[in-house]
Design a protein around this ligand. Structure first.
Ligand code: SF4
Length: 375
């Protein structure tokens, strides 16, 4: 059989990456499509008490403003399931209800207007309970995310594989999908997550060979922002390189906005989706003639609310800066007493070093006007 991932030795090195996006069936979460030819969708999860509708909606709004497409909300009890009604009504993006164990919470969440429910059929228990959720989701016309993770694998698979291997995780997900499809339900998104990079990658790759369901990808319990972002970038970078992943969450021990910022940065770094400004800045070295870190921080803050997809550079010296940042639409570079403003590697203006930030702002504003006029 042909290896769809071209992992056989030498030939591997000559396969251009990324591989084309894997074709998956498309499902719709409210107004947001996932899979098929839809762009890769960014998700996050609220960390507020779901009973507190106002605080939860505020967190959803912040995440959406940062670029989140879909938010998930934990539904730990009946009161939280009821609170979903207010959250869904006020939310600027589709809401996914996260359900564990109690199938009745899923039914209430669906009735409350959730745009998708996320369940692990393995921990919902008896088949008739899973079936009740599937039937209610079918009636409401909403998808189900089948979420499988290393901590809640079926006993027979654990016995067969010894522990939660990538093969066991993929088989568990495929088994759940098959059951739902056997009941005529096909609006399914699958997530398979482990807390380590290789197992997550391998399980998602294995599942991709078994099903055309769209995949929600991410590393679970990834950690504090630095560790979590690094781990997530490692795993998701590999998966996206292989064309796998229709929607992602970067799970961090930190606010949802940080999760979304990391996810959006990851997608734009891979050229998969650009939203707003991509900022590049040089690492600085002995040639640096302006305070690059400080300038880059100021520029990052300034461009945070700009939606136009442009690339901006902050570089430390005029000798190498413009050339190294040729791909940037606009940038600044330090000089001995004066600095330069450049566009696509060519210095277009010289300004006093202490006016570099203001000069860059003027240039960005003019570029954004030009781009918006072209739209
Ligand atoms: Fe050094 Fe100039 Fe490159 Fe920055 S742009 S790292 S200052 S050579």
């Amino acid at each position: 059989m042909t290896d769809p991932f071209h992992t056989n030795g030498l030939a591997d090195r000559h396969t251009p990456l990324p591989l084309p996006r894997r074709h998956t069936r498309q499902v719709r979460i409210g107004s947001v499509p996932i899979g098929g030819s839809a762009p890769i969708v960014v998700q996050s999860m609220t960390k507020t008490d779901t009973h507190d509708v106002a605080a939860t909606v505020a967190q959803v709004r912040d995440a959406c403003a940062a670029g989140c497409d879909i938010m998930r909300v934990a539904v730990p009890d009946a009161e939280a399931a009821e609170s979903l009604r207010g959250i869904v009504q006020e939310s600027p993006c589709p809401i996914v209800a996260d359900i564990h164990f109690d199938y009745r919470l899923a039914l209430t969440a669906i009735d409350a207007g959730a745009h998708k429910v996320r369940i692990n059929p393995g921990n919902i228990g008896a088949e008739d309970r899973v079936r009740a959720i599937v039937d209610r989701a079918g009636e409401a016309g909403i998808p189900i995310r089948v979420g499988v993770n290393a901590g809640s694998l079926e006993r027979d698979l654990l016995a067969q594989y010894g522990h939660a291997t990538s093969a066991a995780l993929a088989e568990s997900a495929a088994r759940h999908v098959q059951r739902l499809e056997g009941w005529g339900f096909r609006d399914i998104v699958v997530s398979i997550k482990a807390s380590d990079v290789w197992r997550t990658v391998e399980a998602c790759r294995r599942f991709a060979e078994l099903s055309d369901c769209p995949q929600h990808v991410g590393v679970t319990e990834a950690g504090l922002p630095l560790t979590g972002a690094t781990k997530s970038a490692a795993a998701l970078g590999i998966l996206f390189a292989h064309g796998i992943g229709d929607t992602l969450r970067v799970s961090l021990t930190g606010p949802p906005v940080t999760e979304v910022q990391v996810a959006c940065t990851l997608l734009s770094s891979l050229g998969l989706r650009q939203r707003g400004v991509t900022l590049i800045s040089c690492p600085t070295c002995g040639r640096t003639q302006v305070p690059v870190c400080e300038l880059a921080e100021r520029v990052a803050e300034y461009v945070r609310t700009i939606d136009t997809p442009i690339t901006v550079a902050v570089m430390g010296c005029v000798v190498n800066g413009p050339g190294e940042a040729k791909e940037a639409d606009v940038g600044i570079c330090g000089g001995k007493d004066s600095g330069g403003v450049f566009r696509h590697g060519e210095v277009v203006r010289r300004v006093p070093a202490d006016r570099l930030f203001e000069a860059l702002v003027e240039e960005i504003e003019s570029l954004v006007r030009e781009r918006n006029a072209e739209r």
